[in-house]
Design a protein around this ligand. Sequence first.
Ligand code: ATP
Length: 246
Amino acid sequence: MGALLQLEGVVSGYGTVRVLDGVDLAVPEGAVVVLLGPNGAGKTTTLRVIAGLLPTWRGRIMFDGARLDGCRPYDVSRRGVILVPEGRGVFPALTVRENLQVASRADVTAGPSQRRGAVDDVLDTFPRLRERLSQAAGTLSGGEQQMLALGRGLLARPRLLVIDELSLGLAPQVVEQLFATVAELKARHQTVLLVEQYVTHALHVADLCCILDKGRVAFVGDGGELRSADVLTELYMGQRSPRSGT
Ligand code: ATP
């Protein structure tokens, strides 16, 4: 599998504060890549840089063989990189139906009947949403809002779906359901980059796991390699900094 997305030595941050310190990351076409790491490691910042919401100070981002860094968020999404941000990313005052209809318009190549079909597909994936079509999105439960946010992301027909904190603050049962959806996407060869805190679930679904620590990728491998390398304990328990080499 060739890399659909590739970050090479990406440096970025906020104002004058450097947060990403040379991030190297490859997301192969058709793979689910999970980005793990302790709080404040720069996971969300990495996704923001990819989405064009933050500038790349140094390094470069390649997507499908062309530069992505320097593109505005609108252009990034036009090229098929769709971010489902932390905090759900739905329009709270619009109903579920309206949220999906608005998102379906992102696919400018589709006609009205194709758009309706795409919305139906999302409702088949998340039957809970079908029961709540007329409800304002802001009154949905956290899990339902996350389903809606994912559904909206899928309606843009992403080449790369980028999801920040899929399971943040959600009940274990809902988390399982969301990960089942990610597994379905994987079966359909949807390329996904996912930031996640639930390590166990993440390891099940991931083709590749990357651990970010202090603004750099400290480990890349599959779930088995990650478990056997003990890096999880070392990084999350703060016993060792991989950059200090001690
Ligand atoms: P978490 O798991 O806690 O969400 P994370 O790995 O996603 O952490 P980021 O949100 O990328 O980490 O934050 C990395 C660093 O950047 C942190 O030190 C954070 O305080 C800082 N930071 C994040 N957003 C901003 C901002 N808007 N302005 C200034 N600093 C920020």
